[in-house]
Design a protein. Structure first.
Length: 163
């Protein structure tokens, strides 16, 4: 079952690349007391993800944070080394936190799993966006194919209504 508005984000161990190397953290500790803009995508370095989805959040990060968002998280079923390299390639800096869901634990626990085995990509995360406030989902959108409802621009419009 897919995560819905009002649901808590499951407690999952995730990782990110830091200047000191990989860092593991609990979703609980990171989300507690914060408003988070989170988006997930099928994979680092993939065409739509690299050309539109991640760049949109980098470009609009200041505007999103100005609406009361503490952090922006990009999550994908890749390891933290790949997510770190992709963040550097995309000049993310500290605008978006690149989070690895290497074993798809987050994608499974939230029902956001996408099986791309037939396309040679294995198990991935669906393209989604959500607003999370103190660990509780306030909005969630899923794009089945093209980038439409989960873009940074769509999130900016929605934040006017939510906050």
């Amino acid at each position: 079952m897919t995560i819905n508005v009002g649901d808590p984000i499951p407690s999952i161990e995730l990782s990110t690349m830091t200047p000191e190397g990989p860092k593991t953290f609990s979703s609980d500790e990171f989300l507690k007391g914060k408003k988070i803009a989170m988006f997930g995508l099928p994979g680092a370095f993939t065409p739509t993800c690299s050309a539109k989805h991640l760049p949109g959040f980098v470009e609009h990060s200041d505007a999103i944070k100005a609406k009361g968002i503490d952090n922006i998280i990009c999550i994908s079923v890749n390891d933290c080394f790949v997510m770190g390299a992709w963040g550097k390639d995309q000049n993310v800096g500290d605008k978006v936190m690149m989070v690895a869901d290497g074993s798809a634990k987050f994608a499974k626990a939230t029902g956001l799993l996408k099986d791309l085995t037939e396309r040679g990509m294995g198990i991935r995360c669906q393209r989604f966006s959500m607003i999370v406030d103190d660990g509780i989902v306030k909005s969630v959108h899923i794009d089945e194919s093209a980038l439409e409802r989960t873009s940074a621009e769509e999130m900016l419009s929605e934040l006017d209504e939510l906050i």
